[in-house]
Design a protein around this ligand. Structure first.
Ligand code: ADP
Length: 716
């Protein structure tokens, strides 16, 4: 390598030398330039001049570098292959040499430089040196590297992306690039598909309607096109794809093709479908559970309501249960119960709750009124208004009254199949809680329970009235009975006194104390006395009956040997029997047949039975009396006859007071019709009874039953 010639350098810098050639002004310009290293080399490559840019780039001061060979700026490997000299040679040969490459700073660091070396020649053409302009391209190089790197990375990225088909189309829609994702999604290899029109990916129907072309046209028009739809793989199978097409423009707005990104959504779509199905199933299950819950709750509420209503009998109590239990359960905030008025043409509100002001005009309304409750009664069907608007349109008359309520349900009430009124249930507005048909059904059940409760209340009320009437009637009857007994007792007493007087005076006349009594008079006096006796008997009977009926008789219960009773009674009746020619038969009564009773009453009864038997038996007939234990702890004393008998329909009546079979009280016949009534009352008062069996025209059997003395069934 040539050496730096100090003398020559001085010469070049002297006036007329090449350095001087730049001129003063030029020199200043060059020296100040910061962004370029501009310096001169002598023909041998030694540095002749230096500027600020050179100092900045390369780190050498002017003093340090002047006279040094320019190869100092090159990396060792370049110097070793003689690159600096090559540059000078080329510059000398063609006048200019440009190069880009690594250069070395004073501190040894490298920078990427653009170098232009220009050969400088004198007017005679002699090479006098070189001008060298160096530009630091390190930053540009770095950004270019970054760009290249990112492009490379991007290319790698695109080709290796597996989940997306990313490829380019030329402006006509033919496939220009391909990636792994595209191959995977569509099944074509790169060799197979490049150059094919992209409509190959579409189902025939879409191709037929030129959808692929439409996509490109739309992408071009609006800058982007996105679609989801079926696409076709190489093997003919379909997949659900999301497709985005973007037009690609080169500089100057020239369309160079389209970027297409396709994603296979088949799995996602299936997953979505599954998710939707799952969600639907869960929702359906949830809804079913909810419905079941509501139904269970409703039936519990209905049961509670039913038992609560069963426990009340009065309308105010029913209303209380309805308003405090049924209404909250049905979600009603107010309402009323109306019943059909007695005139059958009006509905009367009997209880109400929750109205802002129920004026009288609404308490009694005509059944023809265009209002919800009369309408429900008239039609026999539930009136349902789900919204205020609907209700006001149908029933303007109640729009003010019901203004605070959103929905209304009015159910007719029936009792025994007949309409009896209606129950109205109103709800205030409740956001998000519409009136469901379930709620309406529930309200109808509530109404049914309510109707039944009202029906029961009515029944209960009428029963109560009937009971009271019966009690009143009994009290009245008892009172009347008492009055009757008192009257009979008083009357009998009053009658007996003059009757006794009649008897007494008749006897006095008969005794002849007041003068001679003729035979005819004696006969007439006898009739007077018999009539007096007969009348006295009747009056005694009446008095007796009155006493027995009024419970005023005193019983002295003791052991009664029936044999004694039979003996004394038959003794007494014998004359009458004989008179009529009637055979009186007495079966011997065992000594141990002992009744537990009042002896005088037993005698009175037996005598009455025997008297009747003789009385109603035709002459030559037979009357028989027996007495024995009946095996059930009782004593049975039977009086049988062969008399006229009693028709079956009269058998029970003969025990009623004043009843005489086949005769009226007006007929002139012995007896009062009180004997059997008194006898049975007496027998029953002593825990006994009288029974009768009879066949008309053949005879009768009257049986007195009394407790046996040793049966212990009666006490003193
Ligand atoms: P009285 O004998 O005073 O009429 P009773 O009460 O003793 O009243 O009898 C009522 C009626 O029962 C009698 O009038 C008669 O018609 C009927 N009766 C009673 N005993 C007999 C009998 N043994 N045979 C037929 N009828 C009888």
């Amino acid at each position: 390598m040539a050496r730096f010639d100090q003398v020559a350098a001085a010469r070049e810098q002297a006036p007329g030398g090449i350095a001087h050639e730049f001129g003063e002004l030029h020199r200043l310009l060059v020296e100040r330039v910061q962004d370029y290293a501009i310096f001169a080399l002598d023909p041998g490559g030694f540095i002749l001049s230096w500027n600020a840019g050179a100092e900045r780039f390369k780190g050498y001061t002017t003093d340090e570098i002047i006279g040094r060979h320019f190869s100092i700026f090159y990396p060792r490997e370049k110097v070793s292959v003689g690159w600096p000299e090559h540059e000078l040679r080329e510059a000398a040969r063609v006048g200019r040499f440009e190069d880009e490459g690594w250069r070395v700073r004073k501190d040894g660091t490298r920078f990427w430089a653009n170098v232009v070396i220009t050969a400088l020649r004198s007017e005679t053409g002699e090479l006098i040196g070189y001008a060298k302009v160096t530009r630091d391209l390190t930053e540009r190089r770095a950004s270019e590297d970054a760009l290249r790197l990112s492009e490379e990375r991007f290319r790698l990225l695109v080709t290796s992306v597996k989940d997306y088909a990313i490829f380019m189309l030329d402006p006509e829609g033919r496939v220009a690039t391909w990636n792994e994702g595209a191959q995977r999604a569509k099944g074509y290899s790169e060799e197979e598909i490049i150059g094919r029109h992209f409509s190959i990916f579409y189902p025939p129907d879409r191709v037929a309607e030129h959808f692929p072309e439409y996509e490109l046209a739309e992408a071009t028009r609006v800058g982007r096109f996105e679609d989801e739809g079926w696409r076709v793989r190489k093997d003919g199978s379909r997949f659900w794809a999301n497709v985005v097409i973007t037009p690609l423009y080169a500089t100057a707005g020239r369309l160079v093709g389209f970027g297409k990104v396709t994603r296979d959504l088949t799995e996602r779509r299936a997953a979505e479908k599954r998710a939707i199905q799952d969600a639907r199933r869960v929702a359906a299950e949830e809804a079913a559970r909810h419905t079941a819950d509501v139904a269970r709750q409703r039936s519990e509420q209905l049961q509670a309501l039913t038992s609560a209503l069963a426990a009340v009998h009065a309308i105010p109590d029913i209303a209380r249960v309805v308003f405090t239990q049924a209404f909250p359960a049905a979600g009603a905030d107010g309402g009323s119960i109306g019943v059909i008025a007695p005139d059958g043409n009006h509905l009367r509100i009997i209880v109400e709750s929750g109205y802002d002001g129920l004026t009288d005009e609404f308490r009694l309304v005509s059944l023809d009124a265009p209002m919800p409750m009369p309408t429900a009664v008239r039609t026999g069907t539930t009136v349902v208004c789900r919204t205020q608007g609907e209700r006001d349109a149908r029933f303007p008359a109640t729009s003010v009254l019901l203004a605070s309520f959103e929905s209304s349900v009015v159910v007719p009430l029936a009792s025994g199949g007949h309409p009896i009124g209606a129950i109205a249930m109103h709800r205030r507005p409740r956001p998000g809680e519409a009136l469901t048909s379930d709620a309406v059904t529930f309200m109808e059940s509530v109404a049914q329970q309510c109707g039944q409760a009202l029906e029961r209340a009515e029944l209960y009320e009428s029963e109560r009235l009937a009971r009271r009437e019966a009690e009143d009637a009994r009290a009245r009857a008892e009172e009347a009975n008492r009055a009757k007994s008192q009257f009979l007792a008083a009357m009998s007493h009053e009658l007996r006194t003059p009757l006794n007087a009649i008897g007494g005076y008749a006897q006095l006349i008969e005794l002849g104390l007041s003068g001679e009594v003729s035979e005819q008079q004696r006969t007439q006096l006898g009739r007077i006395q018999r009539s007096q006796q007969h009348l006295l008997g009747i009056i005694n009977d009446i008095l007796n009956f009155a006493r027995v009926d009024a419970g005023q008789v005193i019983y002295e219960v003791t052991d009664v040997p029936m044999q004694d009773v039979l003996q004394s009674a038959t003794q007494m009746i014998l004359p009458q029997a004989n008179e009529k020619g009637i055979a009186l038969g007495v079966t011997t009564c065992a000594v141990d047949v002992v009744a537990r009773a009042d002896p005088s009453k037993v005698e009175q009864i037996v005598l009455n039975l025997l008297t009747n038997a003789v009385k109603f038996t035709t002459p030559q007939g037979r009357v028989r009396i027996t007495c024995q234990r009946d095996g059930r702890g009782r004593v049975a004393c039977a009086v049988s006859d062969t008399g006229i008998g009693i028709p079956p329909d009269q058998l029970d009546r003969v025990f009623e007071p004043f009843i005489q079979v086949g005769r009226s009280l007006t007929t002139n016949q012995e007896g009062t019709g009180l004997g059997l009534a008194i006898s049975r009352d007496l027998a029953r008062a002593m825990q006994g009874d009288i029974e009768v069996q009879s066949v008309p025209d053949q005879g009768s059997v009257f049986t007195l039953l009394l407790p046996a003395a040793d049966s212990g069934s009666i006490s003193d």
